[in-house]
Design a protein around this ligand. Structure first.
Ligand code: ASP
Length: 359
């Protein structure tokens, strides 16, 4: 019975992969072996460093090389752990830390600024084996928020903590605490000033109701995320962000919301999102992909394409996801001009991408 079901899944996977464009999907399986033997020892890892208006014409060769190098460094950190038989949770935690420590991405060191000129960080992690999860929102002093999400999952009876309470817990757990000024970067501060300037103009012309739209549609969402499948067949997903530039009133995006920004379930897939968070929350984007696989018999490639290209786009939302399924098939799906992304399969084959069709 299991074997017949397995064959059906593989056939569906092959159909799904054929329909999906090469640019957004990487097949980590070898079809001959996947039919005759279960996917033991299969593993893989996928990352994103944010989606948005990322165009080659706006990028210098030096900047592009910097992004590619950091994406590679980050994914190799997790890959090394997986290759040595480590857990997907350890792999994604290590990978996300590398990106949090880089000013290139909107997470940790490179976090964007709120309207008040502060940096408020959101993060989450989920274990596909136990469906346990941890999340923190609005923290300002935790150097590596992904470690806080992990500590909340592993060492507390809660799933989500916010602001001062989350910071108190981080201290108690012995996590590295920094002065909020650690998160200051000149580039991000200039972005805040530019957006505030534009906001004034947009307001003058269009009025309150629509002023966010053109600004956000022009943004680069630099959130980071990682999903992985380990050799034991366990999936995990994690996401970390500074949110959106100029956010106000304690705004919290999708990144710390389980089911929207992050989701993992060994039965289906692991997903991490990036983009205009309000839409990802309302569309329950990460869980929706998993649910389509669990209840609708869709492949990861089919479900991701439907949710991002059809559902999210029709809602008016911008962004993308990375995903990996329980057999090691990976997707990188986005409806924006580009998405910083990378993947590695069990053979050690590395893919690094930044732009969309033009790449
Ligand atoms: N999704 C994040 C948020 O809305 C932003 C991003 O992906 O960069 O907070």
């Amino acid at each position: 019975m299991y074997k017949r079901l397995h064959i059906l899944v593989v056939i569906l996977l092959l159909i799904g992969c054929k329909e999906n464009s090469e640019q957004n999907s990487t097949d980590f399986t070898e079809s001959e072996t996947s039919i005759s033997t279960p996917q033991k020892e299969n593993f893989g890892i996928v990352i994103h460093g944010g989606a948005g208006t990322i165009l080659k014409k706006n990028m210098t060769p030096e900047k592009e090389a910097e992004y590619r190098a950091k994406l590679e460094e980050a994914i190799r950190a997790g890959y090394t752990i997986l290759e040595a038989g480590g857990t997907s949770l350890d792999a994604i935690t290590a990978t996300i830390q590398v990106m949090e420590n880089s000013p290139l991405f909107n997470a940790g060191k490179g976090a964007v600024f709120t309207n008040e000129g502060t940096n408020e960080l959101d993060t989450s992690i989920m274990d596909g084996k136990t469906l346990n999860a941890g999340a923190a929102a609005g923290v300002t002093t935790v150097k590596n928020p992904i470690l806080l999400a992990r500590a909340i999952m592993d060492s507390s009876e809660h799933v989500m903590m916010a602001r001062e309470g989350a910071e108190k817990f981080a201290k108690e757990q012995g996590l590295e605490i920094v002065d909020p000024s650690y998160f200051y970067t000149e580039n991000r501060y200039k972005s805040l000033e530019r957006i505030k300037e534009r906001e004034k103009t947009e307001l003058d012309h269009d009025g309150q109701a629509s002023f966010y739209d053109p600004i956000i549609k022009d943004s680069k969402f630099g959130t980071v995320g990682c999903v992985a499948l380990d050799k034991d067949g366990n999936l995990a997903a994690g996401t970390s962000t500074g949110g959106m530039t100029n956010k106000r009133w304690g705004r919290i995006g999708d990144s710390p919301v389980i089911g929207a920004g992050t989701y993992a379930n060994n039965k289906t897939c692991a997903i991490s999102s990036t983009g205009w968070g309000e839409y990802f929350i309302r569309g329950v984007i990460a869980y929706d992909i998993s649910a389509m696989m669990e209840y609708g018999n869709k492949t990861l490639a089919e479900a991701s394409s439907l949710v991002i290209q059809d559902k999210l786009s029709k809602m008016g939302g911008d962004g993308g996801i990375i995903g990996i399924d329980h057999e090691g098939n990976a997707v990188m799906e986005f409806n924006t001009a580009g998405m910083y992304r990378a993947s590695m399969n069990r053979k050690g084959e590395l893919y690094v991408g930044i732009y969309g069709d033009t790449e």
